[in-house]
Design a protein around this ligand. Structure first.
Ligand SMILES: Cc1cc2nc3c(=O)[nH]c(=O)nc-3n(C[C@H](O)[C@H](O)[C@H](O)COP(=O)(O)O)c2cc1C
Length: 163
């Protein structure tokens, strides 16, 4: 049976987008960029301060658009940068607003040295009725050489060549 893939991600400075593009390329899935209505400041310090406030208060920013026909996908990759040890608020909005029950959910994250933090645990918390597969964690400064690792990971979790 042919499975359909969606790769949904948020990226502030491009690292997570690079990984999303590579996964798209290897799976042939559809890409969806999660975009908040109000973009985050480009300035790093301003962005981290705003993000900290939002994460601490559980704020979920409004998004520009939702995925058309989410029900048609079997496997949904969810990508986020590690922001203060968790997923970026727009990703939390996205997961809270769409029904991924019964689907296979596979997280991925990029980081600046802190690894996955609570990113994958928080994706699982927001998708309690989904089936989860092991995620992949890529350091932000290694995204451009991540292809071999991603290929191995996708084969291990049987997301390519097998499902
Ligand atoms: C608001 C903010 C908070 C961050 N918090 C963390 C963190 O807690 N741990 C970490 O390892 N990296 C942290 N980073 C670094 C990003 O996770 C890293 O640069 C990531 O690859 C950025 O992905 P992007 O280019 O897709 O936005 C933070 C970056 C920003 C902008």
């Amino acid at each position: 049976m042919i499975k359909t893939f969606l790769i949904a991600y948020y990226s502030h400075s491009g690292n997570t987008r690079t990984i999303a593009d590579l996964i798209q390329n290897m799976t042939g899935g559809d890409l969806f960029e999660i975009l908040p209505k109000q973009p985050y400041p480009e300035n790093y310090n301003k962005c981290t301060e705003q993000a900290k406030r939002e994460i601490n208060s559980g704020y979920k920013p409004e998004l520009q658009k939702s995925v058309p026909n989410i029900e048609t996908y079997d496997i949904v990759f969810i990508g986020s940068p590690n922001w203060w040890g968790t997923i970026a608020p727009p990703v939390a909005t996205f997961l809270s607003g769409c029904d991924l029950s019964g689907k296979i959910v596979i997280p991925f994250c990029t980081h600046g040295g802190g690894g996955q933090g609570r990113c994958f645990a928080d994706v699982a918390k927001l998708t309690p009725k989904s089936n989860h597969r092991e995620g992949v964690v890529i350091s932000g400064n290694r995204v451009n050489s991540a292809q071999p690792e991603l290929e191995k990971w996708l084969q291990n979790i049987k997301a390519i060549n097998e499902i």
